[in-house]
Design a protein around this ligand. Structure first.
Ligand code: NDP
Length: 452
C-alpha cells in the first residue's frame, strides 16, 4: 500500500520538530508536520526560553547592591517592562522562524493547522484535507490547567504571563511546583510585590527536603510572601484588582493572580478514542518503552505521554522513535537519572534520588555542606548555598546530587555525567577540586553529616 508520507507528525514543539527533522533530513523519509499554533511549542514560545529570559531580567535587581558593595557607584533604576517585552516578542519570532526553517531545510512539508487522526494511517487537517502516512507521531504537548472554583476565570496561567500589558504592582502565584516557584522569583526580582500560596507543607514536593527547605527560606529572605498550607477559596473582581479569600482566613487584593497548579496532556479531540488508543488517568496517551501506542502505526512522544515532562526528554523520545522506526534499531528511552534545573532564585540543580527516596531504598550516607558563597559573603549578603551528595553504603555509588546555588543548572549538567556513569563517592574524592568555586565542595566533603 502506498502512502502520501512515511511519517506524519502532529505537533511542532521540541519533540515533534526533532523527530520530523531527523526522520526526513538524516533518514530520507517523506515527512509532513501539522501545527495549529506557533512552531517551537511550549518550550520555545511559552515555557523554558521566555522563562529563562525573564529570570535573566529579574536577576539584575539583586546585582546592584552587590556591585555597590564591590565599589561600583551605580544606582538601581526602574525596570521597563515594555522594553523587555518588545525584545522578548522579537526573540520568540526569531526562534519560531528558526524552527520553521529547520523543517523546510530538511524537506519536511508543514501545515499550519490542527490535525486529527481518522484511521491508523490517515490524518485529517482542519480544512478537511486528508493525508495518509505509514506512521503517525503525536507530539501535541500539554497545557496549563486551572481548577474550577468561584472566580477561577480571573486567573491567568503561564501562557499569559509573558504577555502582560504592563507589569503588575502585586501578584499572587498559586502552586508549589516548578512553574509557580520559578515565577515567584521572577516577579519578585522584577519588583512586583509577590505572594505565593502552596497547599502543602513545603514547595517543590518530590525534591530533596533539605534543598527545597533552603530554597523556600531564601525566597522568603528575598521578599516573597510564601504562604504554606494555604489555598484559594474564592476570587472576585474588585475594581481593577482581584480579591482573594484564602483558606487561612485572609482576604487580599492583587493586580494579577497566576495559577501554576499543573498541566494536562493535549490528547483530546485527536480522534484517538475511536481508534482504541489507550489514555491514562490524566488523559495522557499510553505508550510502551518505544513510544508506541496500542495501534502499531501510531506513536506518541513528549508531554502528551506524561512520562517525564521536560524538553530534553521529549527530544530524546523523538530521536529514539526515529532510531526504532526508521533505522530498524529498536531503542527504548532511558528515563533514569535525568539531571534537571529549577530556575528558582536561588537555582536548584538535581540528579538522582533525594535523601528521603534513597533512605527508603537502602542504607545511605549523606554528605552536605551549606555556606555563604564568596561573592555574596564579600558583599555582606546572607544568602546560603547547598551542596549535597547521597551515597549508597553498599555500593558507594552517588545516588543523588543536589545543588542549590547560583549557576546550579550549569553545575548539575557536569555532575549528572558522573552520576549517570555510576561514579562512587571515592571517584568524586579523587577528583581534584577546582578552586575557588562553589562546586569544589562536591569533591572535598570528607565526613558524612549523617547516615540513614
Ligand atoms: P507541577 O505538577 O510540578 O506542580 C503543580 C503544583 O500545583 C503542585 O505544587 C501542586 O500541589 C499544586 N496544585 C495542584 N492542584 C492544585 C489545586 N487544585 N489547588 C492548589 N494547588 C494545586 O506543575 P507545574 O505546572 O509547576 O509544572 C508542570 C511541569 O512542567 C513540571 O512537572 C515539569 O516537568 C515541567 N517544568 C519544568 C521546568 C524546569 O525543568 N525548570 C520548568 C517548568 C515546568 P501538590 O504538590 O500538593 O500536588
Amino acid at each position: 500500500m502506498s502512502f502520501d508520507y512515511d511519517l506524519f507528525v502532529i505537533g511542532g514543539g521540541s519533540g515533534g520538530v526533532r523527530a520530523a527533522r531527523v526522520a526526513a533530513g538524516e533518514n530520507g523519509a517523506k515527512v509532513a508536520l501539522a501545527e495549529e499554533d506557533r512552531y517551537g511549542g511550549t518550550c520555545v514560545i511559552r515555557g523554558c526560553v521566555p522563562k529563562k529570559l525573564m529570570v535573566f531580567a529579574s536577576e539584575f535587581s539583586g546585582m546592584v547592591g552587590d556591585a555597590q558593595a564591590f565599589g561600583w557607584d551605580i544606582r538601581a533604576g526602574a525596570f521597563d517592562w515594555n522594553i523587555f517585552h518588545d525584545k522578548l516578542v522579537a526573540e520568540l519570532d526569531r526562534l519560531e522562524s528558526v524552527y520553521r526553517n529547520i523543517l523546510k531545510n530538511n524537506g519536511v512539508e508543514s501545515f499550519d493547522q490542527r490535525a486529527r487522526v481518522v484511521d491508523p494511517h490517515t490524518v485529517e487537517l482542519a480544512d478537511g484535507t486528508r493525508k495518509t502516512a505509514k506512521h503517525i507521531l503525536i507530539a501535541t504537548g500539554g497545557r496549563p490547567v486551572v481548577p474550577e472554583f468561584p472566580g477561577s476565570d480571573l486567573a491567568i496561567t503561564s501562557n499569559e504571563i509573558f504577555h502582560l500589558e504592563k507589569l503588575p504592582e502585586s501578584i499572587l502565584i498559586v502552586g508549589g511546583g516548578y512553574i509557580a516557584s520559578e515565577f515567584a522569583g521572577i516577579m519578585n526580582g522584577l519588583g512586583v510585590k509577590t505572594t505565593q500560596f502552596y497547599r502543602g507543607t513545603q514547595i517543590l514536593r518530590g525534591f530533596d527536603e533539605e534543598a527545597r527547605g533552603l530554597i523556600c527560606d531564601e525566597m522568603r529572605n528575598n521578599g516573597i510572601d510564601v504562604r504554606l498550607e494555604t489555598n484559594v477559596v474564592e476570587m472576585a473582581k474588585d475594581g481593577d484588582k482581584v480579591r482573594v479569600k484564602a483558606t487561612d482566613g485572609s482576604e487580599d487584593r492583587f493586580d494579577v493572580v497566576m495559577y501554576a497548579t499543573g498541566r494536562a496532556p493535549n490528547a483530546d479531540d485527536l480522534g484517538l478514542e475511536s481508534l482504541g488508543v489507550a489514555r491514562g488517568r490524566k488523559g495522557e496517551i499510553i505508550v510502551d518503552a518505544y513510544s508506541q501506542t496500542g495501534v502499531p502505526s501510531i506513536y506518541a512522544i513528549g508531554d502528551v505521554t506524561d512520562r517525564v515532562n521536560l524538553t530534553p526528554v521529549a527530544i530524546r523520545e523523538g530521536m529514539a522513535f526515529v532510531e526504532t522506526v526508521f533505522k530498524g534499531n529498536p531503542t527504548p528511552v532511558d528515563h533514569e537519572l535525568i539531571p534537571t534545573a529549577i530556575f528558582t532564585q536561588p537555582e536548584m540543580g538535581t540528579v538522582g534520588l533525594s535523601e528521603e527516596e534513597a533512605a527508603a531504598q537502602e542504607p545511605i550516607e549523606v554528605y552536605a555542606t551549606s555556606f555563604k558563597p564568596m561573592q555574596k559573603s564579600f558583599a555582606g549578603g546572607s544568602q546560603r548555598v547547598l551542596m549535597k551528595l547521597i551515597v549508597s553504603q553498599a555500593t558507594r555509588k552517588v545516588l543523588g546530587c543536589h545543588i542549590v546555588a547560583p549557576g546550579a543548572g550549569e553545575m548539575i549538567q557536569m555532575a549528572g555525567i558522573a552520576v549517570k556513569m555510576g561514579a562512587t563517592k571515592e571517584d568524586f574524592d579523587r577528583t581534584v577540586a577546582v578552586h575557588p568555586v562553589m562546586a569544589e565542595e562536591l569533591v572535598t566533603m570528607r565526613q558524612p553529616v549523617r547516615t540513614a
